[in-house]
Design a protein around this ligand. Structure first.
Ligand code: DC
Length: 430
């Protein structure tokens, strides 16, 4: 799966570029601005001032909004009716900008946007895709151009559609909308720290598409193909990893991956054994450890730099899982070298993440002699059958449910490793 975020101000050509890239890569193009436009359209039709936050928020449960893809084309149904081009007028542009500054509107649309990216490879355009909606997108581009260049393009577009406007009108509205969108308090239109800036003031549409495809290919390749083609096999070879149960892991689906926890290197071994990318949440300090730090970064670890507490780690993992990434977490919470996992306590973090992200869980067992690592000793990584979310027994969440789900998950892990509680006495000191 690949998620590409294209953000930037109106008129930069995001949608035509994104459409062309989607066609080229055979993925879905999601125009998120159209969602805000549809909400604005409903408000205008209902006689509600799009700037009146209270009335707009109160109206949000009074209509249905559905997003569909027919032959790769996005269609929005408002109360079951296709909104078509009714949302494309200058009036709707201004109204969309107004409703998009309302917190409740953004919350209302958050999951709609994330859910599409969770189940599909997408290129999504908007204002806050790289910063808020898909903060872990594999490729992020901030596409912009001078206000004059953007106003000229928008003006020509509107004239071609047969709308009656002047260039000055379009320019002034664009500048006003830029200001609204980039200075609003929530999810303003800003370049994500890790986004690539592309100014296309002097580029033709075709040149812009070519530039974006080049960026996508380069970034997508370095993260997925290139690295995943050579690094994991090398690790598997030198670490003498045998993989079992790979048939249980269908590609292109995100799981909460749960395994027994022996030592810090578990993350590298599982990362190298898993057929696609896993996102690990690791403490900031681990990134400064020589070799290990480099490896976990290359294998897709997310740096936890906000104090590094459990809560922050869980929150980050939930967001990753919600966005369709596979995340790995250890129900034991701590490393347990040399200890039969059947005799260790568990924590409920993994269950909590599965609940909050509504993810299936993939149980994994790392099998080593006496639950310890030795560099030259064989390690077996066993992948179990995924546990569907519906079998984790969640209803409303809460401590007891997490406890029960943790037991289901951990029992499956122990089962994979053939670990039983009374095995403890039989353990031989290494
Ligand atoms: O991209 P557009 O012109 O169709 O967007 C219409 C308005 O919606 C724009 O003024 C800002 C808002 N918007 C947003 O706030 N966040 C997005 N992800 C997309 C659009």
């Amino acid at each position: 799966m690949v998620r590409i975020a294209i953000d930037g101000p109106g008129g930069a050509g995001k949608s035509s570029v994104a459409k062309a890239v989607a066609r080229e890569l055979g993925i879905i193009y999601v125009d998120t601005g159209a969602l805000y436009r549809t909400i604005a359209y409903h408000m205008v039709l209902s006689g509600i001032d799009p700037k009146d936050a209270e009335s707009v928020a109160a109206e949000l449960d009074k209509f249905t909004l559905e997003l569909k893809f027919v032959d790769g084309k996005q269609i929005i149904l408002l109360d079951g009716v296709d909104v078509g081009d009714n949302i494309r007028t200058p009036e709707m542009s201004m109204a969309a900008s107004a409703v998009s500054a309302i917190k409740e509107v953004r919350e209302y649309l958050l999951n709609t946007q994330r859910n599409i990216a969770r189940n599909n490879s997408v290129i999504m355009d908007g204002r806050d895709i790289g910063t808020v909606i898909l903060p872990y997108a594999e490729v992020k581009i901030f596409l912009t151009a001078s206000p004059e260049a953007r106003a000229k393009r928008r003006y020509e577009e509107l004239i071609a559609q047969g709308q009656v406007v002047t260039y000055d009108q379009v320019y002034n509205e664009m500048v006003e909308r830029d200001k609204n969108d980039s200075t609003r308090a929530i999810a303003p239109c800003v370049q994500a720290k890790d986004a690539i800036l592309l100014d296309n003031s002097k580029l033709t549409p075709n040149e812009t598409v070519a530039a974006v495809i080049k960026i996508v290919k380069k970034n997508e390749k370095s993260l997925y193909m290139k690295l995943h083609a050579w690094l994991p096999p090398i690790i598997r070879f030198f670490q003498r990893i045998k993989r079992t149960g790979l048939e249980n892991v269908p590609a292109d689906k995100g799981y909460v991956i749960c395994s027994n926890h022996i030592a810090a290197r578990d993350v590298i071994l599982i990362g190298a054994a898993y057929p696609s990318q896993i996102r690990f949440v690791a403490k900031k300090e681990l990134f400064s450890v020589p070799i290990l730090g480099w490896l976990i970064k290359k294998l897709g670890a997310i740096k936890l730099d906000r104090g590094g507490g459990d809560v922050a780690a869980i929150k980050t993992s939930v967001n990753l899982a919600r966005a369709g990434h596979s995340v790995a977490i250890f129900p034991q919470g701590h490393r347990n070298p040399g200890v039969n996992p059947a005799n260790t306590p568990t924590k409920n973090g993994a269950a909590l993440i599965a609940y909050k992200s509504q993810s299936d869980v993939l149980p994994v067992f790392i099998k080593t002699k006496n639950h310890k690592y030795a560099f030259l000793r064989k390690k077996e990584i066993i992948f179990g059958k995924p546990i569907p979310y519906s079998e984790l027994g969640f209803k409303n969440g809460g401590g007891e449910e997490y406890e029960a789900a943790t037991k289901i998950i951990f029992d499956r892990i122990l089962e994979l490793g053939g670990c039983k509680k009374d095995d403890a006495e039989k353990e031989i000191k290494d």
